[in-house]
Design a protein around this ligand. Structure first.
Ligand code: 2AM
Length: 179
């Protein structure tokens, strides 16, 4: 069964910017997300029966064509669950945050109608930079301007292949937002 998620892909320039920044962190234990894999997840679907993909495509097509293009600005560096016990390092978003939340909630609602369970946790839009097996305190990080503004003009349905060398994300379909 394909493992799927819905995300906002990021501009090449932003991927390169974040990819370069990681070299300035002194965190040898961190598993950094490959530059080409950086994205902002809207909804993780997990393993999905192939026959269901048509319904997902139909649902996404219908909702994105009425959702206007919007701009997003990345904001601050942080960690889940917190900086003293960091397991996931991320950058969050500032401008456009409410719009991303609205888009994610809409996807969540519409997909629940075709059988995808709603996420219990609240949706915190973020771009994962790195993961740590054991939580570590991150007391120092380079002083960096994380801010980058871009236009979100489409939503992507990705398939994730889990390989020992790290996941490979393949776009299955792109859903343009309303211009
Ligand atoms: P994360 O970046 O916060 O880890 C592909 O795995 C994407 O789906 C990742 O961006 C990941 O978010 C997100 N995701 C959400 N819930 C997940 C889960 N239960 N398992 C794996 N990935 C999940």
């Amino acid at each position: 069964m394909p493992r799927l998620f819905i995300a906002i892909d990021l501009p090449e320039e932003l991927k390169q910017k974040f990819g370069t920044i990681k070299k300035r962190f002194d965190l040898p234990q961190a598993r950094w997300v490959k530059e080409e894999n950086l994205h902002l997840t809207l909804k993780f679907l997990g393993d999905v029966e192939k026959e269901k993909i048509k319904k997902i495509n139909f649902t996404l097509e219908k909702l994105t064509r009425n959702f206007p293009v919007f701009s997003l600005r990345t904001a601050e560096f942080g960690a889940f669950p917190n900086l003293n016990k960091a397991r996931v390092l991320w950058v969050d978003v500032k401008e456009g945050k409410e719009t991303v939340q609205k888009l994610a909630a809409l996807i969540e609602n519409k997909l629940s109608k075709i059988g995808f369970e709603k996420e219990k946790r609240s949706f915190e839009p973020h771009i994962t930079l790195a993961r740590l097996k054991k939580p570590v305190p991150v007391s120092f990080w380079p002083s960096i301007d994380w801010s980058y503004s871009f236009e979100v003009n489409q939503v992507i349905l990705f398939e994730s292949f889990l390989k020992p060398t790290g996941p490979i994300y393949t776009p299955l379909n792109a859903f343009p937002l309303k211009k």
